[in-house]
Design a protein around this ligand. Structure first.
Ligand code: BGC
Length: 286
């Protein structure tokens, strides 16, 4: 059976037209893993809302450059920086480059992540380590650099009433166990308590730390779950709202969490999942 659905394309000018009030004007944002999927959507929405955006990528520079050019063509500011978020030296070099080019950071979106699925009994240590290194250690390394800069710079009231904002890209699988994906679910469970512990530690410094917990979003990571009608019908059984999400659903939530409109929100996961975490099987069972 051939794939009949694809990931919807972005229209950057249309996204920009949603934010005439430019809620992120003057802010500098870094989105990791921003050359595809949810990271791309988030980078595009933050840029449309007025932030200058670093589009981080690890492979496929052409995609990152195309996104940067598209953001610029619609009047925004963006640059691309390569770094593997699981490598301390590369993360530190990326932040140093961002400081040189943009001067500071106001918003970190810890998005870069991957899946290496396997039945548990045949999961290799490499599969385990890769997922934990990118999805969890990568978020630690980037959050640490961002916090260091937030503490150094402090609050600039003309930019934001917070000293900085971190948005961790988590998943519904920070709470929904996921057999066959134990490494991935473990990494997202870790992200949840890293996020909450950071939020607790740095709230007195006016640094806000939150997560977005996406459900099933049409991106390359889960293409086989939605790209043919049979697969999509199966997936929709898990989504009470009866549609598969798109990256823009996450981008819109990220703009709000990054803006001063959410100033009293810290240490929480905003699930953007069409109700996937509502245990839809219990609507008729149990
Ligand atoms: C995973 C997707 C999956 C979704 C819902 C996400 O975190 O990356 O592959 O479709 O959760 O299960």
């Amino acid at each position: 059976m051939s794939a009949i659905q694809d990931i919807p394309l972005f229209n950057q000018s249309e996204i920009v037209s949603r934010y005439p009030h430019q809620p992120l004007k003057g802010q500098k944002a870094l989105v990791t893993g921003a050359n595809s999927g949810i990271g791309e959507g988030t980078a595009r929405y933050l840029a449309a809302a007025g932030a200058a955006v670093v589009v981080n990528y690890v492979a496929n520079p052409d995609a990152a450059v195309a996104i940067v050019e598209d953001i610029k063509a619609a009047g925004g500011t963006a640059t691309s920086i390569q770094a593997d978020v699981s490598k301390e030296d590369q993360v530190q070099a990326m932040f140093a480059q961002m400081m040189r080019e943009f001067g500071t950071i106001d918003i970190l979106v810890n998005n870069a992540g991957l899946q290496k699925d396997s039945p548990f009994e045949t999961m290799t240590l490499d599969q385990w380590n890769l997922v934990l290194n990118v999805n969890l250690t990568g978020q630690f390394l980037c959050a640490r650099e961002a916090v260091r800069e937030f503490l150094r710079r402090g609050i600039k009231t003309d930019i934001s009433c917070a000293a900085g904002k971190i948005i961790c890209m988590s998943s519904v699988h920070e709470v929904i166990p996921w057999g066959g994906h134990v490494n991935y679910a473990t990494s997202k469970g870790g992200v949840m308590l890293m996020m909450k512990s950071l939020a607790q530690e740095f709230a007195p410094k006016k640094i806000r730390v939150n997560s977005i917990g996406p459900g099933a979003i049409k991106t390359p990571i889960n293409r086989s779950a939605w790209d043919i009608p049979e697969a999509e019908a199966n997936l929709l059984k898990l989504i009470p709202y009866d549609r598969v999400g798109v990256a823009g659903d996450i981008g819109k939530a990220a703009v709000w969490l990054a803006s001063d409109d959410s100033d009293y929100v810290t240490g929480t996961t905003l699930f953007v999942d069409g109700g996937m975490t509502l245990y839809p099987g219990f609507a008729t069972g149990g």
